[in-house]
Design a protein around this ligand. Structure first.
Ligand SMILES: NC(=O)c1ccc[n+]([C@@H]2O[C@H](COP(=O)([O-])OP(=O)(O)OC[C@H]3O[C@@H](n4cnc5c(N)ncnc54)[C@H](O)[C@@H]3O)[C@@H](O)[C@H]2O)c1
Length: 265
């Protein structure tokens, strides 16, 4: 018996990865990876809402001057603070009239051997890398559920979430938690057309990456990456873009590792 299959059945993937008409909220929006993502999103027609912390306020005017005024707006929002997140997400919806995609890109790291990690240092990394993405996802998730039009949440985790790296204990704990959170949200919200995924880069050439992996230590690290180099910000932006568009509609709860093969050892 032969089985017939209609080869014309398609989901309707837009291979141009257009984000025309979409509103994207990006936390840590003045950071290295976020900057590349902002450019990619704007290039694909999206409007972008940038959340930045107060300590970066002096950079905002210069960065925003490069973006189209009607499609980019920045809000001072410490994403570890529940009240600020609630207020700013509401402001984004009021300003742009809608919201479709959240990119949790804010992050912070301090390097220390586990026995020397102070509680404040531990707590800070849990707050910025795990609690903040939850607060933002919860707030945006509430809006997306209410909107009925679905959406995308993309969490920037790290290779350090799946492989042990010296002096990363607090950061690893937070990012591993973020991957767990990603899966939980994906299961609960998938039925509502909201997909939730994470991206786990190796060292990326940003202020954060350069600070943690400079000099001989960085050169040694590169020898352990099969592709022999660190990642560039546009390479991470490319995956963010893919996960933001309908080409990824069937990807939910996944962690996309962008590490040149570092974690396949
Ligand atoms: N660069 C790397 O090597 C690397 C590797 C793996 C994962 N990551 C992750 O990628 C993401 C982006 O990192 P990046 O390399 O662009 O670093 P970055 O330091 O350039 O950007 C991080 C941004 O987060 C912002 N931020 C920190 N605390 C905040 C707060 N409380 N509220 C709002 N914003 C806050 C910072 O001001 C900064 O602009 C982070 O989550 C980071 O952990 C980076």
């Amino acid at each position: 018996m032969t089985t017939t299959y209609d080869m014309s059945l398609k989901h309707g993937v837009d291979f141009n990865f257009s984000l025309e008409g979409k509103v994207v909220l990006i936390t840590g929006g003045l950071g290295g990876i976020a900057t590349a993502a902002n450019e990619a999103m704007l290039d694909k027609g999206a409007s972008i809402a940038i959340f930045y912390p107060e300590f970066e306020a002096d950079r905002v005017a210069e960065v925003m001057a490069q973006f189209p005024k009607d499609r980019a707006q920045a809000w001072c929002c410490d994403v570890t603070q529940e009240v600020q997140v609630e207020r700013c997400v509401k402001d984004v919806v009021d300003h742009f009239g809608d919201l479709h995609i959240l990119i949790n890109a804010a992050g912070a790291i301090t390097l220390n051997f586990a026995e020397d990690v102070m509680l404040t240092e531990w707590q800070r990394q849990i707050d910025v890398n795990l609690t903040a993405p939850f607060l933002c996802a919860r707030e945006v998730g509430r809006y997306l559920l209410k909107s009925g039009h679905g959406g995308k949440i993309i969490n920037i985790a790290s290779q350090a979430a799946t492989v042990a790296i010296d002096q990363h204990c607090a950061y690893t704990s937070a990012k591993a938690g973020l991957i767990g959170m990603t899966k939980s949200l994906a299961k609960e919200w998938g039925p509502h057309g909201i997909t939730v995924n994470s991206i786990s880069p190796t060292v990326v050439l940003t202020p954060m990456g350069a600070a943690a992996w400079s000099g001989e230590k960085g050169e040694r690290m590169k020898t352990m990456i099969p592709t022999g180099r660190f990642a560039y910000t546009d390479e991470i932006a490319a995956s963010i873009l893919f996960l933001a568009t309908n080409g990824s509609d069937m990807i939910n709860g996944a962690d996309l590792v962008i590490d040149g093969g570092y974690t396949i050892w």
